[in-house]
Design a protein around this ligand. Sequence first.
Ligand SMILES: C[S@@+](CC[C@H](N)C(=O)[O-])C[C@H]1O[C@@H](n2cnc3c(N)ncnc32)[C@H](O)[C@@H]1O
Length: 345
Amino acid sequence: MNQPDQLFKLLGVNGRDGEGLSKFAKKSGVSVRKLRYYNDNNILPSGTDLKLLLEASGLAELELTLGMGRLDSSVIGSIQKRAKDIAKIIGSEEKIEQQNQRTCSVAFTTTQGKLYRGDCQEILKTMASESVDLVFADPPFNLKKLYPSNIDDNLKSERYIHWCQQWIQECIRVLKHGGSLFLWNLPRWNVALSSFLDGRLNFRHWISVDIKYSLPIHGRLYPSHYALLYYVKGDKPNVFHPDRLPMQVCPHCYGDLKDYGGYKDKMNPLGVNLSDIWTDIPPVRHAKYKRRNGANELSLKLVDRIVEMASNEGDLIFDPFGGSGTTYMVAELKSRRWLGCEIGP
Ligand SMILES: C[S@@+](CC[C@H](N)C(=O)[O-])C[C@H]1O[C@@H](n2cnc3c(N)ncnc32)[C@H](O)[C@@H]1O
């Protein structure tokens, strides 16, 4: 089966990066138009172009031919001569794959999605680059919480940040161009993670979600918001459909709380623009409302808003930290495909 962008991958060129592609075209002497033509149609270049591409990439002809999945008689002859060595290489790669499968078993599937049981970093390794439309991540917050998975939620700050950077880097790899990444965490951690994301993705918003998450702390301000970082791969998101919110009314008399500068009749009847401060997300905190103890489940409304804003029906959503499965539930309800993992039971 042909992989997308196989020629570009073999040549070590990022086909999405116009500048990178032009540079390679200049270096090799094969025009951008021709490079795209060969790549998009999975055509093995020949003649002068083949020679130029081999020179520029440092690849051997056999390497390129095999990499493009061509098995002509000369290639088959070479394979037959080295059958023993090739069998060894393939065998050892299969072993690694089996080990991965052992640590990451499939826990649950539907027609729309698949949940793996295992460490998200292992599962991410098996995922193709640029395959996901939306990433939403709600990792443990390193607050010494006891998770059913017994993960260490009390790491030194630098180790926690380093761990987050590792899986974020992989999430960036699997995100499609124009795809969106949302990262839910405490402001304390998202400050550091935001500076890691800057330069790798494009910043869209720091959304403050007004939810109190601890008791007032003496000598400090009362912590009252979670930070939802919103980044996009590339200049602009492929999908952006922000919700509109109903105009606020008094819960007693149902009169408007604001006068909208006297222009209420000119307002959009579908509601007011969504801002980067969300005050209408209920916490799901009381044990009796939780479906799964210890999972720190999020409000469906929060995840639903993100899914509606940044994906279309049929898009693929990845959430590396499944917990009680809020993201997967929203994806099912909203006809999105989904992939997830959870290290715990
Ligand atoms: C904050 S909770 C996610 C809650 C989820 N958003 C929900 O609404 O239910 C974080 C989850 O990540 C899981 N987890 C921690 N480390 C993990 C890892 N390396 N790979 C996969 N899951 C992990 C924890 O067991 C926990 O259930």
